[in-house]
Design a protein around this ligand. Structure first.
Ligand SMILES: *Cc1c(COP(=O)(O)O)cnc(C)c1O
Length: 397
């Protein structure tokens, strides 16, 4: 290596990967064969899949495929450019109209992913004179958006209303003319519990703040027609910025921000992850729109009922409280122990992920079981039977 030469990238990163591995935090990409579903194939082995957010089994639903194929037949695949350049197609607008109608808002804007929606929206709405107040367990994309915005960040312990209120008072005192944005999720992705929404909405109103609610793990499965937790709690019309993803219960891809028409127009101008990003393929938008139709229909009700039955059966057999959504965490603690437990489940034919830092706090590694409407009763029973053996001593305390 000559004096001005950089360390070869492979060598530098090998060293870093070694340190990540040494801490028990190295992740490896898995490749499934075939389609996403309640049973999947990995390295030629059939596994019962308890790791997916495809809660209603729509990811492989024939109607979504049909909608995508129809759209493909009409147009093509790629959108070719950002919506603001020339990539905006009828399928995008039709999807946004369907989302707004579903959510009962004046308008909606769709993004290429939930990550892009969160980062773009928070950073567009807030700046250095403003305050973003976040729940400690907020998804990384919300945290990243808040950081990128340059606003002052205030984090409150998970679902702690009195700490939320003291941050709101601080914000009003320190930034009297700034915006204050409260950020929360309706169902927390790695814990599966819900936010005390009604109380949070009261607080943000009392202290002159707006609220962004991320319904990633609620839309499709909670509330009437699966409209989400804000609707179920009767506060949807009081939450200014309602976010949801189209790639979990809706089985497609992308995300939406629903709210007033000014919000839609503002984000289309100022959310950088929208402005500077190619529009999603039209067939994907068409599939997402078909998913919304299914979710709102009698079939959606039947799928939610099946999901609820599966979730309740699993919770009862596993001896845990009935989850509010479809996520059941089993906190193990150590990263290595959680990895070991997941490996033993895999040996037994179950795909259940071990969730580690940085997705959850250090020392709170866990198994995360997600239930779907398409799980078979036998698989649910077999998983519940096997779990105690892989838990290890002291588990579940
Ligand atoms: C999955 C998830 C996202 C990101 O959505 P993608 O469409 O997967 O990028 C955002 N927020 C929460 C709470 C999530 O669980």
């Amino acid at each position: 290596m000559d004096e001005a030469g950089a360390v070869p990238i492979g060598q530098a990163l090998r060293g870093e990967l070694g340190r990540i591995d040494g801490a028990g935090l190295l992740r490896r990409l898995r490749t499934l064969d075939g389609a996403q579903g309640a049973r999947v194939e990995l390295d030629g082995r059939a596994l019962a899949n308890f790791s997916s957010n495809d809660y209603l089994g729509l990811a492989a639903h024939p109607a979504l495929r049909e909608a995508a194929m129809e759209e493909w037949g009409r147009g093509g695949f790629g959108a070719g450019a950002s919506r603001l350049v020339c990539g905006g197609l009828r399928a995008h607008v039709e999807l946004e109209e369907a989302v707004a109608d579903f959510k009962g808002t004046a308008a909606a804007l769709c993004f290429g992913s939930g990550y892009a929606a969160a980062v773009g929206t928070v950073a567009a709405l807030c700046g250095k004179d403003d305050v973003v107040v976040l729940d400690k367990l907020s998804h990384a994309c919300l945290v990243d958006g808040a950081r990128l915005s340059g606003a002052a960040l205030r984090v409150f312990p998970h679902n702690d209303l009195s700490k939320l209120e003291s941050h709101l008072k601080w914000a009003r005192r320190e930034r009297p003319s700034g915006r204050v944005l409260v950020v929360a999720e309706s169902v927390y992705s790695m814990d599966g519990d819900t936010a005390p929404l009604r109380e949070m909405v009261e607080l943000k109103e009392r202290h002159g703040a707006w609220m962004l609610l991320d319904e990633a793990h609620a839309v499709g499965i909670i509330g009437k027609q699966g409209r989400g937790l804000a609707d179920a709690a009767g506060v949807a019309d009081r939450i200014e910025i309602q976010m949801g993803t189209l790639g979990k219960a809706l089985g497609a891809h992308g995300a939406y921000i629903a709210g007033c028409s000014e919000l839609r127009e503002f984000l289309a101008n100022r959310a950088r992850s929208f402005v500077f990003s190619t529009a999603p393929p039209a067939p994907v938008a068409a599939a997402a729109r078909r998913a919304i139709e299914i979710v709102r229909s009698g079939e959606g009700d039947a799928l939610r009922a099946a999901l609820r039955l599966n979730t309740e059966l699993f919770a009862e057999l596993a001896g845990v409280p009935k989850p509010e959504a479809a996520i059941v965490p089993f906190v193990i603690g150590g990263e290595a122990q959680a990895m070991d437990a997941a490996a033993r489940l895999l040996d037994g034919g179950f795909l259940v992920p071990a969730i580690r830092y940085p997705t959850v706090a250090r020392g709170s590694a866990r198994l995360r079981v997600t239930l779907t409407a398409s799980h078979r009763e036998g698989d649910i029973r077999a998983l519940a039977d096997l779990l105690p053996a892989v838990r290890g001593a002291g588990f579940g305390a």
